[in-house]
Design a protein around this ligand. Structure first.
Ligand code: SAM
Ligand code: SF4
Length: 482
C-alpha cells in the first residue's frame, strides 16, 4: 500500500465526527471576554489555583489576559510555590536520542521536512543505536526520548526493535531505564505493540490547535495534514493500554494565548474521557532556526522571552499535577528564568543530530539536525548548576517501573506520598550519578544538596532508609529505590 495512504481507513472514524473538542471561535470568545481583568478577578483565580485544583478555560483566560505587573508577580510567586509543593524542587533529567531524520511529511517549520535538500538523511542501524546509547549511558543518562520522522523505514516494527535495543544496551554499571517515544501518531494496533515493548511516555505534539493554521503548516496530501488523526493520538494510545501520554504545542505558529487554551482543552478532554487521567507531561517548545527551513527563522507568532515565562507559569497554575518539560532548545538564561515558575523536567547534554552522540561532544551537526539547540552545555555542567541553585537533580524512573503510572501515578502525585517516594529516589539516583559520572566540582555541589534534602524528608524511617541506601551505593550496589 502507498505509504501516504496507510491510515486512510483509520481516518474515516474522525472524518465522520461533526466536530472535535477544539472550538476555535469559542476559545477566542473566552479570551476576548477576559480582556483587561481586574486585580480582584485575577486574585480569585489564584485562590483556586492555590488549592491545586485544575483551572477551567474561563479562569485560564483571565490569567492569560492579565497585564498588571503587581498580579503577574503574584502569579509567578504562586507558580513557584506550587512547583515546590507538588515536585519538592526536584528536576528530572533526560536526553533525546534521534533515530531517524527521514520524513514523508513537509511541515513548514521542520528541518526534517521532505523537501529540504540541505540535510543529510539517515536512519540509525541497531548497532549504531547501541553505540549512541553507550555514549549516553557513559555521560550519566538514565532516561531518554526516542525521536523519529514519519517514513516507511521507521514503521512500528522498526520502532519496537529500536526500543528493545535501547533497553538491551548496557555499559559499565549504567543503563537506560526509561525510553519515552516521540513519533508520528499511530493506530491502536501499532500502539498496542509499543505497550508490549515497555515504553515510558508516548508523546505527540499537536504543533498548533488552531485549525486554519494547522492546514497552512502541514501541506495537504501528507499524513500529517490530518488534524484529527493527530488530535486523538493520545486517545488511541490510552485505548491501546498505554498509561502515560504527553501533549505539546510548537510555539510560534499561532497566537500563544490561543495555544495555551488548546492545551487546557486537550487536558480536560483526556481527564473527562479517561477517569481523571490527563497528560503525564506537557511540552512547549518554541520554534528554533533550522537549516534549509526559512519559516523557522522567522515564525509569524514568535513568542518573546517575557511571554514565554508567563505561559509556563500559567500552565503550572492551571494543571498543577502535570509535568512540564523545558527542552535545551532554550538558552541557559531563559531556562534559569522559567524553571522556577513551573518546570519539572529538562534535557541536558542533548545532541539532536542523527548519530550526534558519536560524532560530537557539543552539538554542531547542522546538516543532520532538526533545528539548532540553545543550550549545548554538558550534562555535568547542568547538573552542577542545578545543585548550586538549590534544586535536586533526579534521574529517577521508579514510578514507571513500579507500575505507578496513569491513574496510580495521579494518586501518588496528589498525595504527600510524592515526597516520600520521589525525594528519596531522586537523592539515590543523584548519588549514582555522582559516584559514576560526575566531575569533582559537581560531586562537591551534589553531596551538599544531598545532605540538605535528607534533612527535608518527613520521617526518621525514610531518612534511615536513604542513609543506608547511600552507603550501599558507595559499596557498589546500584538501582536502589522505593
Ligand atoms: N515526526 C514526529 C512528529 O512530527 O510528530 C516526531 C518527531 S518531530 C522531529 C518532534 C517535534 O519537533 C515536533 O512535534 C515539533 O513540535 C518539533 N519541531 C519541529 N520543528 C522544529 C523547530 N524548527 N524548532 C523547534 N522544534 C521543532
Ligand atoms: Fe517530519 Fe515530524 Fe519534522 Fe514534520 S515535524 S517534517 S512530521 S519530523
Amino acid at each position: 500500500m502507498d505509504f501516504l495512504n496507510k491510515y486512510q481507513k483509520d481516518f474515516e472514524e474522525y472524518d465522520r465526527m461533526e466536530k472535535d473538542f477544539i472550538d476555535d471561535e469559542r476559545i477566542w470568545e473566552q479570551l476576548n471576554r477576559a480582556a483587561n481583568p481586574s486585580k480582584a478577578q485575577v486574585r480569585r483565580v489564584l485562590v483556586k489555583a492555590e488549592k491545586k485544583i485544575r483551572l477551567e478555560p474561563e479562569e485560564m483566560a483571565i490569567l492569560i489576559q492579565n497585564q498588571d505587573p503587581e498580579t503577574i508577580a503574584e502569579m509567578y510567586a504562586l507558580a513557584n510555590q506550587l512547583k515546590r509543593e507538588v515536585y519538592g524542587d526536584r528536576i528530572v533529567f533526560f536526553a533525546p536520542l534521534y533515530i531517524s531524520n527521514k520524513c514523508a511529511n513537509n511541515c513548514r517549520y521542520c528541518g526534517f521536512r521532505r523537501e529540504n535538500k540541505m540535510i543529510e538523511r539517515r536512519t540509525l542501524t541497531m548497532d549504531e543505536i547501541a553505540n549512541e546509547v553507550r555514549i549516553m549511558i557513559n555521560e550519566g543518562q538514565k532516561r531518554t526520548v526516542l525521536v523519529y520522522g514519519e517514513s516507511p523505514e521507521t514503521g512500528i516494527d522498526f520502532i519496537c526493535d529500536s526500543v528493545r535495543q535501547v533497553y538491551r544496551t548496557k555499559s559499565g554499571r549504567g543503563e537506560i531505564r526509561r525510553a519515552n517515544i516521540n513519533c508520528a501518531p499511530l493506530s491502536r494496533e501499532e500502539l498496542a505493540k509499543l505497550k508490549e515493548v515497555g515504553i515510558g511516555t508516548f508523546q505527540v505534539f499537536q504543533e498548533t490547535y488552531h485549525h486554519p493554521t494547522y492546514r497552512q503548516m502541514h501541506p495537504a496530501g501528507t499524513i500529517k495534514s490530518h488534524y484529527r488523526w493527530r488530535l486523538y493520538a493520545q486517545d488511541r494510545a490510552l485505548d491501546a493500554g498505554l498509561d502515560d501520554v504527553a501533549i505539546g504545542v510548537l510555539f510560534g505558529l499561532y497566537d500563544w494565548r490561543f495555544e495555551l487554551m488548546g492545551l487546557l482543552y486537550h487536558t480536560i478532554h483526556l481527564e473527562e474521557k479517561y477517569n481523571g487521567v490527563g497528560p503525564h507531561t506537557i511540552s512547549f517548545p518554541r520554534i528554533e532556526p533550522a537549516l534549509g527551513t526559512p519559516y523557522a527563522s522567522n515564525p509569524k507568532y514568535a513568542v518573546s522571552d517575557g511571554d514565554f515565562k508567563k505561559l509556563v507559569a500559567i500552565l503550572r497554575l492551571s494543571v498543577p499535577y502535570t509535568g512540564l518539560i523545558c527542552t535545551a532548545r532554550e538558552r541557559p538564561e531563559v531556562r534559569r528564568e522559567v524553571i522556577p515558575v513551573g518546570v519539572s523536567q529538562i534535557d541536558a547534554g542533548s545532541r539532536i543530530g542523527v548519530g550526534g552522540y558519536r560524532e560530537t561532544t557539543g552539538n554542531m551537526l547542522p546538516d543532520k539536525e532538526q533545528f539548532q539547540l540553545g543550550d549545548t552545555r554538558s550534562l555535568d555542567d547542568v547538573v552542577c548548576e542545578t545543585c548550586t541553585m538549590g534544586s535536586l537533580p533526579s534521574f529517577c524512573t521508579a514510578c514507571y517501573r513500579a507500575g505507578r503510572t496513569g491513574e496510580h501515578f495521579m494518586e501518588v502525585a496528589k498525595s504527600s506520598f510524592v515526597h516520600n517516594f520521589c525525594l528519596p529516589n531522586a537523592i539515590l539516583t543523584l548519588k549514582e550519578y555522582l559516584l559514576d559520572y560526575a566531575t569533582e566540582r559537581t560531586k562537591e555541589a551534589g553531596e551538599k544538596i544531598i545532605v540538605s534534602y535528607i534533612e527535608r524528608l518527613d520521617d526518621e524511617k525514610t531518612k534511615n532508609f536513604v542513609r543506608q541506601a547511600l552507603r550501599r551505593l558507595e559499596q557498589g550496589e546500584r538501582d536502589l529505590r522505593l
